[in-house]
Write a protein that binds this ligand. Structure first.
Ligand SMILES: CC(C)(COP(=O)(O)OP(=O)(O)OC[C@H]1O[C@@H](n2cnc3c(N)ncnc32)[C@H](O)[C@@H]1OP(=O)(O)O)[C@@H](O)C(=O)NCCC(=O)NCCS
Length: 184
């Protein structure tokens, strides 16, 4: 299934209006500090598996401090996009978050992504991952990589289809490292 771009109006960088196959319209845009409230509020709607796959651990709550930190990426070293309702930040519910962070002292970035199960399986994860790859290439990085639970077939298959290679993660049983060579 694939996401359609739904408007051609000139938008700021990294903004894109999309229509999911279900008909739901969303705005992909950089995360904003105002998103912290809606993200923290909707954390309780996530299933335990979604949380474990995204954070690689169980997490009972997202504190206001954690939500604020997630919503204020360092522009020099981090990039984070959301897929949100097309409403002002702060009011808009957030359906997906994808981020990449430079790994200190390397030319690599680490990604993390979460697409809510209410809108999963419609091409949004692929679209957001492609945007992270574009950002990483624009930053002239060598590798984009992530840690994925070996039970997380959706993410492993998505990574495979985007050209990531799987590597065992030393000292971390149950985790697979997926690595994309950005120079290939
Ligand atoms: C993994 C995740 C990001 C996929 O997002 P999504 O929007 O559902 O993915 P898409 O609809 O774009 O699907 C892209 C590809 O992923 C794979 N995929 C998605 N759902 C799948 C499923 N249920 N089973 C197997 N593969 C699946 C397929 O390869 C699919 O390609 P296809 O549609 O051509 O078959 C989403 O399920 C998620 O957020 N999971 C919880 C958090 C997480 O696992 N994060 C990753 C670790 S950081």
């Amino acid at each position: 299934m694939s996401v359609q771009s739904s408007m051609s109006k000139r938008l700021p960088p990294w903004h894109e209006h999309i229509r999911l196959p279900s008909g739901r319209e969303l705005l992909i845009r950089p995360i904003r500090p105002e998103d912290a409230g809606p993200i923290q509020g909707s954390f309780s709607l996530l299933g335990p598996e979604e949380v474990r796959h995204r954070f690689l651990q169980t997490l009972q709550e997202l504190t206001p401090e954690m939500a604020q930190r997630l919503c204020q990426p360092n522009p020099k070293s981090e990039f984070a996009l959301v897929a949100a309702e097309p409403l002002p930040p702060g009011e808009a519910l957030i359906g997906a978050v994808a981020r990449a962070s430079l790994v200190p002292r390397t030319r690599d970035a680490e990604f993390a992504i979460l697409v809510s199960r209410f809108i999963a399986g419609q091409g949004l994860g692929r679209k957001l991952m492609q945007k992270l790859v574009k950002w990483a290439k624009g930053m002239k990085l060598d590798y984009l990589q992530g840690s994925v639970l070996d039970s997380n077939q959706p993410m492993l298959q998505l990574a495979d289809s985007l050209g990531f290679r799987r590597q065992p993660q030393d000292g971390a049983p149950g985790l697979v490292r997926v690595v994309l060579d950005l120079n290939e």
